[in-house]
Design a protein around this ligand. Sequence first.
Ligand SMILES: *[C@@H]1O[C@H](CO)[C@@H](O)[C@H](O)[C@H]1NC(C)=O
Ligand SMILES: *[C@@H]1O[C@H](CO)[C@@H](O)[C@H](O)[C@H]1NC(C)=O
Ligand SMILES: *[C@@H]1O[C@H](CO)[C@@H](O)[C@H](O)[C@H]1NC(C)=O
Ligand SMILES: *[C@@H]1O[C@H](CO)[C@@H](O)[C@H](O)[C@H]1NC(C)=O
Ligand SMILES: *[C@@H]1O[C@H](CO)[C@@H](O)[C@H](O)[C@H]1NC(C)=O
Ligand SMILES: *[C@@H]1O[C@H](CO)[C@@H](O)[C@H](O)[C@H]1NC(C)=O
Ligand SMILES: *[C@@H]1O[C@H](CO)[C@@H](O)[C@H](O)[C@H]1NC(C)=O
Ligand SMILES: *[C@@H]1O[C@H](CO)[C@@H](O)[C@H](O)[C@H]1NC(C)=O
Length: 324
Amino acid sequence: MKRAAVFTFVVCWAVSALSLAEVGINPIPAATVSDPHEFKNSSKTTTTPTTKPTTTPTTKPTTTPTTKPTTTPTTKPTTKPTTTPTTKPTTTPTTKPTTKPTTKPTTTPTTTTPTTTPAPPKPTPPPTNLTVGNYNLTDKSGMFLRAQMAVLIRLATPKANGTFIVQPKMTKATGSCSAKYATLNLTFTEGFIYFRFNKSASEVFVDELSFSLYYPFAKDDKTTYTASNKSLRLFPANIGHSYSCTHESIDLGSGLVLEVNQDRMQAYNLTKSSDFGLPDPCAVDKSDYRVAIAVGVTLLILIIIVLVAYLLGRRRKTGGYQPL
Ligand SMILES: *[C@@H]1O[C@H](CO)[C@@H](O)[C@H](O)[C@H]1NC(C)=O
Ligand SMILES: *[C@@H]1O[C@H](CO)[C@@H](O)[C@H](O)[C@H]1NC(C)=O
Ligand SMILES: *[C@@H]1O[C@H](CO)[C@@H](O)[C@H](O)[C@H]1NC(C)=O
Ligand SMILES: *[C@@H]1O[C@H](CO)[C@@H](O)[C@H](O)[C@H]1NC(C)=O
Ligand SMILES: *[C@@H]1O[C@H](CO)[C@@H](O)[C@H](O)[C@H]1NC(C)=O
Ligand SMILES: *[C@@H]1O[C@H](CO)[C@@H](O)[C@H](O)[C@H]1NC(C)=O
Ligand SMILES: *[C@@H]1O[C@H](CO)[C@@H](O)[C@H](O)[C@H]1NC(C)=O
Ligand SMILES: *[C@@H]1O[C@H](CO)[C@@H](O)[C@H](O)[C@H]1NC(C)=O
């Protein structure tokens, strides 16, 4: 009886520890991005269309006949009066329902909206679109460089604070490849981010990184932010392997930081189907793996011990050695 109780207790403990270990394997990347200046408008466009159909038909027919006969035909070109009345009525009722914070999971019955398209119950964080870009570079002999990553530039100076998120859709990747170097230049309207991959005998790594960004982080900010370092040793991977990392911040001085998230990149010796080679995880991810493996092995040993003890106890019982 006692043994069975101990057994169940240990099993319960093991299960809870396993679930803890699972949490450890998938750490949520601490990418809390603040204040994305770019594309602020994109989040506003949801759930507004209820009020529109009622207002438009009433205002339209009244204005059209009045304006036409009054115009003197000599000077003014024929201007269509369609644009003015449509924009006005949409602005007023939008702000009310959207302001409630979405984070609280407790459902208070929302009775405010009578005609609802089903409201999306997404627990989405603030409207920051950190999007993973997919950048491929090819030359005559095929793909020589491939990078998957979400990139942003963070600025923290006494004059301005801010974040610039690189939008893959508006970014072009260019570059070249020689025996010793491969380059990747991500260009967008506001500037560029440049990586140079150095190929040594056994591995490939980024030894030069620079960027230039012309973006008003503060009011009347006309600074072009530039950063460059030519003696780096970033993103190392064996030749034929790819580099992978969940989250990485590269401080380039002067309060300028390049953040690379969900990174998988490789220059040289991609597979025949232009795919990544085996991943070489960064140090942080590696230690995460190690912790997970250590926890798993410990649990396995514990379970085996418990099982053996249980079986031994049973055998002793059937063998006739009844405890008093
Ligand atoms: C954002 O919306 C404002 C009005 O709401 C508009 O004036 C501005 O041009 C928009 N910006 C972008 C980038 O769409
Ligand atoms: C930002 O993300 C939202 C949803 O996550 C999406 O609807 C929207 O199109 C995105 N905006 C841009 C500019 O990618
Ligand atoms: C890059 O190449 C990979 C593998 O061929 C492909 O799956 C992906 O769609 C490509 N991405 C772009 C943006 O061309
Ligand atoms: C930027 O942030 C830092 C610390 O968060 C603060 O000391 C500094 O005053 C901020 N600068 C501006 C311009 O807001
Ligand atoms: C990257 O491309 C941009 C735009 O073509 C160019 O202005 C910039 O000089 C390039 N950067 C490097 C380091 O070649
Ligand atoms: C490229 O890397 C190799 C090996 O670390 C180094 O010897 C060489 O100086 C690097 N090239 C440059 C231009 O830094
Ligand atoms: C470049 O980065 C290296 C390594 O982080 C650092 O030691 C060096 O001071 C940096 N150089 C410049 C010019 O910032
Ligand atoms: C990488 O590719 C080059 C030729 O493209 C080849 O000579 C070399 O053996 C390859 N290295 C590995 C580790 O596959």
